[in-house]
Design a protein around this ligand. Structure first.
Ligand code: ACO
Length: 440
């Protein structure tokens, strides 16, 4: 964003004073629609010769955005002004994708056209299959996703001009349409089963489950409860404002890299266990705990500062209240397990007990550490039959809509500039080169 953009000014200022020199500066305060005001420091360096220092961005707004709003204290998440719980119960993923990309809910004809565009872009170039063959069967599916999604830029040259709005739109449709196909291929490859082609007579979630669970010898019969839960998981993961992976996509895109490369960078960032990899880590943790009576022992480990163990699926950088997505998924989790006849799943029982104890524990209460979305999504995905390594891939699939919408919004800003954070240098000051024979 350009330094010259003066929108959102309030006329209010924040005064910064240098205690040593007595000099002071008036920094403009900007207001958004909701949420805290921000202090505009874009001219700070030019005016004061100082940078701000905020390594994990806990106090830094990196952009303006009209897409998603989060109030972490109150546990609120809205997309384009619509509450997430309402979208999860009344809408579907295709409609939410339209909302994120275009700004408003679609009319019936807009919906039909968008759904048609997504369905008719689901197939991937047949040569893309060769990419898969280069990977070992035991490769982590996120490794394959990083490579194959980045590789799409080598196949779809006709939509790489980021300055052409129509090409941007085609790339967005291609990404949203093809990512379920590629995710399902990744899954099939890990199992050693043949790839399954997409079907246009199925909904987005149904088609994805079909591509994952169909085999040539036996057709997959869609189960409406599982399809609904899958669609809900997609909606709940669709966007989450400027988290690590979205910021990565924006930073990559700010250099004018093509959208397929930018989304591949987002996938790489999502992979880590502090972010999208947490749903896999939750299941691994539950297995490691093993039984309810060992929960107190693991809670003590989580609280011990000398032990790197953390309670996976608990805590969030922004939510200091119940993650609103976790409340919705908790309900879906019970529906799915009941439908599949898994009424006495020991992992789920353990998860519920862990949640109960942690929510009453002083350490977790004091630090406002609540279950996050990954706590329940892992349990649902396991019940559906996915192996744990696929969990983060499903997150990436859904988040592609958010990443693409955020990328598109950024490119459409008239004054796009490359992102370039600065640093506090703490290395050696200037020193002369010493030849190798003269070193101690
Ligand atoms: N278990 C135990 N203690 C925790 C946990 C946890 N899961 N999360 C935070 N804490 C503690 C920290 O040790 C710290 O304690 P202190 O104040 O005594 O030093 C305090 O709570 C604050 O934690 P931070 O690390 O400052 O919180 P931060 O915002 O940096 O981290 C994060 C957020 C990464 C999500 C963290 O809570 C975590 O590691 N959770 C587990 C992994 C997880 O579930 N990630 C999914 C995030 S949601 C998503 O990406 C969809």
């Amino acid at each position: 964003m350009s330094d010259k953009d003066t929108s959102n000014q309030t006329g209010k200022t924040f005064t910064l004073t240098n205690d040593q020199t007595g000099e002071s500066w008036q920094l403009p305060v900007l207001d958004g629609t909701c949420g805290p005001s921000v202090i505009d420091v874009r001219k700070l360096y030019a005016q004061t010769g100082h940078f701000t220092f905020d390594p994990s961005f806990t106090s830094t707004g990196s952009c303006k955005s009209r897409i998603t709003y989060i109030d972490g204290e109150e546990g609120i998440l809205m997309h384009r002004g619509y509450d997430i719980a309402e979208l999860a119960s009344k809408s579907n993923f295709i409609e939410v994708a339209y909302l994120l990309l275009y700004g408003d809910l679609p009319s019936q004809s807009e919906y039909n056209e968008f759904e048609h565009n997504i369905k008719y872009h689901t197939m991937v170039h047949e040569q893309l299959i060769n990419f898969f063959k280069g990977f070992r069967r035991d490769a982590h599916p996120m490794a394959i996703m990083c490579g194959v999604i980045g590789g799409l830029s080598a196949f779809y040259h006709d939509s790489l001009d980021i300055w052409d709005p129509r090409q941007r739109e085609i790339s967005a449709h291609r990404l949203i349409a093809k990512i379920p196909t590629i995710a399902a291929m990744t899954y099939k490859y890990s199992l050693g089963q043949p790839f399954v082609y997409p079907r246009n007579d199925m909904s987005y979630a149904e088609n994805f489950l079909h591509m994952c669970f169909s085999v040539p010898a036996e057709e997959y019969k869609p189960n409406p409860i599982l399809t609904k839960a899958m669609d809900r998981i997609f909606i709940l993961h669709a966007d989450h404002e400027q988290n690590a992976s979205t910021s990565t996509v924006r930073l990559s895109g700010s250099s004018q890299a093509n959208p397929f490369a930018c989304i591949a960078s987002g996938i790489a960032s999502l992979w880590g266990p502090s972010h999208g990899g947490a749903n896999q880590a939750v299941l691994e943790m539950l297995h490691e705990i093993g039984s309810k009576d060992r929960i107190p022992e693991f809670l003590e480990k989580a609280k011990d500062k000398n032990d790197p163990f953390r309670l996976m699926g608990f805590g969030h950088r922004v939510y200091k209240n119940y993650d609103p997505r976790a409340s919705v998924l908790k309900e879906s989790c019970h529906e799915v397990l009941e439908d599949l006849g898994i009424t006495d799943d020991p992992l789920l029982e353990m998860a519920m007990e862990l949640e109960r104890i942690a929510l009453e524990d002083e350490y977790f209460v004091e630090r406002k550490l609540f279950p996050n979305v990954d706590f329940y999504s892992g349990i649902i995905l396991k019940a559906m039959g996915f192996n744990t390594e696929m969990f983060t891939v499903l997150f990436a699939l859904a988040r592609t809509v958010g990443w693409t919408s955020q990328w598109k919004e950024m490119i459409e800003e008239p004054s796009l500039r490359i992102g370039r954070p600065r640093q506090l240098y703490t290395g050696p000051a200037k020193r002369p080169y010493v030849s190798i024979n003269d070193r101690d």
